[in-house]
Design a protein around this ligand. Structure first.
Ligand SMILES: NC(=O)c1ccc[n+]([C@@H]2O[C@H](COP(=O)([O-])OP(=O)(O)OC[C@H]3O[C@@H](n4cnc5c(N)ncnc54)[C@H](OP(=O)(O)O)[C@@H]3O)[C@@H](O)[C@H]2O)c1
Length: 309
């Protein structure tokens, strides 16, 4: 018998009828800080909750038969340091592409067409007509051009924009420049989208020097992780009114009440909403089923994290 722990009833339901003789047992377990369930000693495949926090993370080290930790997210910065030697960590690359890419395009449009301003004016019942900026004609630079970055570009196809792409390593056939070209490309962009993972190289990469390379009036969209940007540098640029920001992620997160980012002009913030949609929920369940089936039938797992990503 193989025991699989999952965090929700939906995911457990998606695992109905998995292969295996005898079939695996699936338990819904969200460790809650009290003693772990008596079955902990038998768990081989563990799916922590979508936003993994303690004590669900600490539980990883309490499962002696554990073979696989399957994340429900594309970013595994919280889980990666907690994985014991010999245990395989897989992320959910691809599962959240549609939801997150849609957020990126929506945030760009909202910021450039000033939807947050008009929402405030509507709440005050004011007819505040004026010209706004727009997306058509803009150059969009995607920093961290991977699975979600490509999904953003597909969604931008009808918006009459030029797209520039940067990844860790060059992919000349796909028009993807290496990160060593980033400084040269930044001044060309009207919109800069962050979609790189958290690694030793990306933490704090969006610092005062990075922002200074951006055009006056440009829009920075962060859909990756808050720690990619130096918050003080973001505050300084937004306060001066030189740059606009659309942030799904912040550092710290949650952003506390009273933080300067909340009130600055040209800053649009959502609370890490990118992948929090019904499409992502359905795709997470289907993907966990696929991965668990692979594990149970001895096939190679997808999206195994080796090294930083
Ligand atoms: N806001 C949300 O709710 C939300 C939802 C989903 C994901 N995310 C975040 O989005 C990130 C990207 O997800 P994904 O699935 O698109 O990942 P992915 O397919 O692995 O793509 C990430 C890309 O970033 C590039 N990269 C790595 N280091 C870089 C650097 N120093 N400079 C520039 N580019 C760099 C990689 O380049 P190489 O290919 O050359 O290695 C890769 O192409 C995740 O790690 C996660 O943190 C956020």
């Amino acid at each position: 018998m193989t025991l699989v722990w999952v965090p929700t009833a939906e995911i457990a339901a998606a695992l109905d009828g998995l292969p295996g003789t005898p079939p695996p047992e699936v338990e819904v377990v969200v460790p809650d800080g009290t003693a772990l369930p008596a079955t902990a000693g038998q768990v081989e495949f563990y799916v922590p909750p979508f936003f993994p926090a303690q004590p669900a993370i600490a539980a990883i080290r309490e499962l002696p038969k554990l073979a696989v930790v399957q994340a429900l997210t594309a970013g595994v910065d919280r889980l990666r340091p907690e994985i014991p030697a010999g245990v395989t960590l897989c992320n959910a690359r691809g599962v959240h592409d549609a939801s997150t890419a849609e957020w990126v395009v929506g945030a760009m449009l909202a910021a450039l067409r000033e939807f947050p301003f008009f929402a405030r004016e509507q709440a005050a019942q004011r007819w505040s007509y004026h010209f706004t900026d727009c997306l058509a004609g803009k150059t969009v630079l995607i920093v961290g051009y991977g699975s979600i970055g490509a999904a953003v570009e597909r969604r931008l196809a009808g918006f009459e924009v030029s797209v520039l792409r940067v990844a860790r390593t060059a992919r000349p056939q796909g028009g993807v420049a290496p990160v060593s070209e980033l400084s040269r490309l930044l001044p060309a962009a009207d919109v800069v989208v962050l979609l790189a993972p958290v690694t030793a190289e990306t933490i704090g990469m969006v610092d005062a020097a990075f922002l200074a390379r951006m055009k006056d009036g440009a829009l920075l969209v962060n859909a990756a992780r808050g720690s990619l940007a130096v918050t003080g540098a973001l505050v300084a640029e937004a306060r001066s009114g030189r740059l606009r920001l659309a942030l799904d992620v912040t550092d710290p997160e949650p952003l506390p009440a009273g933080h300067p980012l909340w009130d600055l002009p040209g800053v649009f913030i959502t609370p890490h909403e990118g992948a929090s949609t019904p499409v992502s929920v359905a795709r997470m369940a289907a993907y966990v089923r696929d991965q668990a089936s692979r594990f149970l039938t001895g096939q190679p797992l997808e999206n195994v994290i080796a090294g930083s990503y």
